[in-house]
Unconditional design. Structure first.
Length: 95
């Protein structure tokens, strides 16, 4: 499985504040995000380590993409790539 790392760390305090505002425990967020571990959520909220795009995307689905601008940009880039006509996508992939 290919894992993509993001160039900057997300604002852990803002992530924790949003989780609290939604009335979610870390366990609730873990379940709602599709299984991001409680330990990973704790590390993200404390600003420890560098979470993967996969983790941040899962959290953004629950907490809202406005907390994760880099994830939103990556998702738009992937979507734009899928929107290309097939021959352009093939040419772009060949570069």
């Amino acid at each position: 499985m290919l894992v993509h790392m993001l160039p900057t760390r997300p604002d852990g305090a803002a992530i924790a504040a949003r989780r609290h505002a939604l009335g979610l425990s870390r366990e609730d967020l873990s379940y709602a995000s599709g299984g991001v571990s409680i330990a990973t959520i704790r590390r993200v909220e404390r600003g420890i380590g560098q979470p993967t795009r996969t983790v941040l995307t899962a959290l953004a689905r629950v907490l809202g993409p406005d907390l994760f601008p880099l994830v939103a940009m990556a998702q738009r880039a992937v979507q734009n790539e899928h929107d290309l006509p097939e021959e352009q996508a093939v040419r772009k992939a060949g570069n």
